[in-house]
Write a protein that binds this ligand. Structure first.
Ligand code: SF4
Ligand code: SF4
Length: 319
């Protein structure tokens, strides 16, 4: 496999962050699910959670910049005790707030308030639903996940989510169940719309197609099945230089639960932090915009997962 760095060189790409439009914050690793494709290696036994000090540092950073979007992720970020505080404070600052929601969290004890809270705060929801088939979803995410995801989507629709218009946005996320590239996004979105509409009366705004990242838990899963090398080769063989301009690290930074700063969520999981000239980690508490904009991105062979085929980012296909 040709190193990704070599592809960048051949493409003549100056791989730097262009601007900072999205501040992505990983509130912690705890999750009520433990999906096999999870690059965060989240699950019910994980304990890492962002401190209140770092949550406040995120809000201070937002307040002293004009970054339009706060993108909250985890684990299942809604379990964090400061989740609603972070959302409401960012909304008061006039920012668009996105929550990466696994849907099933809504039925966990103490979480019943979420659908109404989301509506009142006009939180944009990005919800994983890796297939419209129960068998495929339960295979990837655990038994019963499909059924509770469908019930959650129906509840969100009742709150007014997923209708046309740009308030109460409900986007869904597909990722392949096996080690292959996602199908064309538009075609699959039409299929999701038809099947979820006909069978369950569900409506949504957009479908995002993501590639699975062969790192951490998913890498282990692939290795156990003898599929790791082939999947990595497949991603590299489908490298598309046309995606390089749009990958999410071009206009996003990712903040870890401990306040460290990364080019993206994947680099966070691979422990590739941004550091200063002395090799010290940058932290959200002392971060300046100048230290991350126009800065070279730490790329590696894992970047093939973002740049294969139509490309893949937190907002779906790129080209
Ligand atoms: S729901 Fe999301 S965070 Fe939780 S285990 Fe699955 S992929 Fe990971
Ligand atoms: S994995 Fe690589 S290409 Fe993808 S967002 Fe991160 S740094 Fe950018």
């Amino acid at each position: 496999m040709q190193p990704f760095a070599e592809k960048l060189r051949l493409a003549g790409e100056d791989f730097k962050r262009r601007a900072l439009d999205v501040l992505q914050v990983n509130l912690g690793r705890y999750c009520n699910l433990a999906c096999i494709h999870c690059h965060v290696e989240s699950g019910p036994t994980r304990k890492e959670m962002m401190s209140r000090e770092n949550v406040d540092a995120v809000l201070r950073f937002l307040a002293r910049t004009d970054i339009p979007t706060l993108d909250i992720t985890g684990g299942a970020p809604e379990f964090h005790r400061d989740f609603s505080y972070l959302v409401a404070s960012a909304r008061q600052l006039g920012r668009r707030v996105m929550d990466r929601c696994n849907l099933t969290v809504i039925f966990e004890p103490g979480m019943e308030y979420l659908p109404e809270f989301f509506r009142k705060q006009q939180v944009e929801l990005v919800c994983s639903l890796p297939c419209y088939s129960e068998e495929n979803v339960d295979k990837q995410r655990g038994r019963g996940t499909f059924e509770s995801s469908i019930r959650a989507l129906q509840l969100l629709n009742e709150q007014g989510y997923g209708k046309t218009g740009d308030t109460l946005v409900l986007n869904l996320v597909y990722n392949p169940v096996g080690p292959h590239l996602p199908p064309p996004q538009e075609k699959l979105e039409a299929e999701y719309r038809r099947i979820l509409g006909q069978q369950f009366g569900i409506v949504f705004n957009r479908l995002f197609c993501l590639s699975n990242m062969p790192i951490t838990r998913y890498a282990t899963h692939l290795k156990l099945r003898g599929e790791y090398d082939d999947y990595r080769e497949l991603l590299a063989a489908h490298f598309n230089a046309g995606t390089l301009d749009q990958v999410m690290c071009r206009n996003l930074i990712s903040i870890g639960w401990d306040g460290s700063v990364y080019d993206c969520d994947f680099n966070q999981m691979l422990d590739l932090p941004l550091s200063d000239g002395a090799g010290e980690r940058l932290t959200i508490a002392a971060l300046s915009l100048e230290s991350v904009v126009k800065r070279p991105i730490i790329a590696g062979d894992h970047c093939y997962a973002c740049t294969a085929g139509s490309g893949s980012s937190c907002g779906g296909a790129l080209v």
